[in-house]
Design a protein around this ligand. Sequence first.
Ligand code: SAM
Length: 281
Amino acid sequence: MRSQNFNSDKPLLYLVATPIGNLSEMSPRAIETLQNADIIACEDTRVTGKLLSFFNIKKPLVSLREHNEVSEAGKLITRILAGEKVAYASDAGYPCISDPGAKLVQLALQNGINVSTISGPNAGLNALVASGLDTSHFYFHGFLNAKESVARNELQEIIKRKETIILYEAPHRIMKTLNMLFEILGDRQVCLARELTKQHEEFIRGPLSELVELDPTTLKGEMVLIVEGRKDEVKPDLNNEEIYQMVKNFVGMGMSTKDAIKRVSEITEISKNQVYKIYHA
Ligand code: SAM
């Protein structure tokens, strides 16, 4: 179905992207949209309340977050259909990107309401474009599951991807995640982007074997991990010494020799027998 947003009588829901740290990244259009709204729906009224008071915007706030998204979305749809102007903002960056909002959008569209986006910052894209890794194709995964066994299964799928991978991570889990990535994906190039757009913005670029050695106390704040995609052409170039070292690294991380050989065989697609022979030669 075709529907123009600004040349139509249809009601409109506004999705407003907000700064991921630096408030100067709030666009004039985002400010204007919030100023013109009758109600601002948001993930956390305290977080958006602070943003609004910084820009001197006074509007009624309604909370719409993961736990009440379906019920609150229904109420907002009724208000939009009754003629009220509703804008939705999550805590930071784009709504619907590892944030609530997608159910509200779906319900709006089902009810004949148009949806428009006010552009703004996104942590994953900021990190990707400065990572130095391939930007021509990328895969956004967001957060790995908090349960390790599920996260490991997710990584078994991610390992097959040739696109650059975007992961969100929390500081208390970053070392565990880096070690898991090294173990499952092998020694790929990564870029850890920390505190984007803020005073302590930092990019840590290098192979996973280096990043797993970082001092965890220096990895604070918000962070994104950009991971190199699978490179098939690397495999035939591996020499015996490199294969031996890969097994040795995994053993050094606490794996049994048998599991380390199996892992290297999976990563390199060289038979387990062959990896065994190289390791024990
Ligand atoms: N909607 C947001 C977006 O468009 O990027 C993402 C929200 S998600 C709940 C929050 C995660 O995004 C953080 O845990 C972190 O991984 C990443 N993130 C948000 N702000 C960041 C920043 N300033 N620097 C680095 N990562 C950030």
